[in-house]
Design a protein around this ligand. Structure first.
Ligand code: CP
Length: 281
């Protein structure tokens, strides 16, 4: 899929297929890369980027919206602020449903591109020492990634302010899979042993109380000083968007892999669409 994603080769393996992209929450990367992935493979895209222009604003339910989308499309990609919304959609729809992020729940396609990026950059996933940094409570990308890393047996360190640590239920499940987990409050404590530093944004929109957000905003900032003592081949990942948790001075360093990671959304989502729609095995 890589040469097709880069526009170097043409493919029409999904010609005649339509994807409904239902985005009830803002998105740049996920919506655009899914749409481009579908079009690069010859398929079509319908959908919306915010619910205001749809009949939801007249009071139509999510269930009825899903029923309509399945009537018009072969596959549904949904992002929604409520945890479990994608699962509900998959219970209702007779066409495949892909979760493009459900509240503070999961973001599984981000995880596929994170894993692909680690494999591409480091040559392997198994055994790589990974630290997840930032908002581990509300950050859905790190919930999905933690489960996936556990399947590869990669040791994980969770670095967060105490009130934004990884939910204990997820930690227990991962430890139950036999993976070594640790918690830390500072990057300095662990930087020298890391292969992958995965940074996340504090999810302001998910805080019930804005004063609680103010207490933790700016807790972690990755700059050249924060990376002192890191391995030469450490990679820094971020699902993006970033606010101020990675200084632009890192962008030009060999450690910075987050823009390549964002590009990888294309080939990974092309592959996923082609698999789910039966165009490849
Ligand atoms: N990583 C990610 O989900 O980015 P968007 O919110 O821009 O889709």
């Amino acid at each position: 899929m890589l040469p097709v994603a880069r526009g170097k080769r043409r493919s029409d393996i999904l010609r005649g297929n339509v994807m409904a992209a239902l985005f009830f929450e803002p998105s740049t990367r996920t919506r655009l890369s899914f749409s481009s992935a579908m079009m690069r493979l010859g398929g079509g895209v319908i959908g919306f980027a915010q619910p205001e222009g749809t009949s939801l604003s007249k009071g139509e339910t999510l269930s009825d919206t899903i029923r309509m989308a399945q009537a018009y499309a072969d596959i549904i990609v949904i992002r929604h602020p409520q945890e479990g919304a994608a699962r509900l959609a998959s219970d209702i729809a007779s066409v495949p449903v892909i979760n493009a992020g459900d509240g503070a729940g999961q973001h599984p396609t981000q995880t596929l591109m994170d894993l692909f990026t680690i494999q591409q950059e480091k040559g392997r996933i198994e055994g790589e020492e990974v630290a997840l940094v930032g908002d581990l409570k509300y950050g859905r990308t790190v919930h999905s990634l933690a489960y996936a890393l556990a399947l590869f047996g990669s040791p994980i360190t969770f670095i967060a302010p105490p009130q934004l640590q990884m939910p204990p239920s997820i930690v227990e499940e991962i430890e139950g899979m036999g993976v070594r987990c640790a918690q830390a409050t500072s990057i300095k404590e662990v930087i020298s042993g890391l292969d992958v530093l995965y940074v996340t944004r504090i999810q302001r929109e998910r805080f019930p109380d804005p004063t609680e957000y103010q207490k933790v905003v700016g807790s972690y900032r990755i700059d050249k000083k924060a990376l002192e003592g890191a391995k030469a081949d450490l990679i820094v990942l971020h699902p993006l968007p970033r606010v101020d948790e990675i200084s632009p001075e890192i962008d030009e360093m060999p450690h910075a892999a987050y823009f390549r990671q964002a590009f990888n959304g294309m080939p990974v989502r092309m592959t996923l669409l082609a698999l789910v729609l039966g165009a490849i095995k």
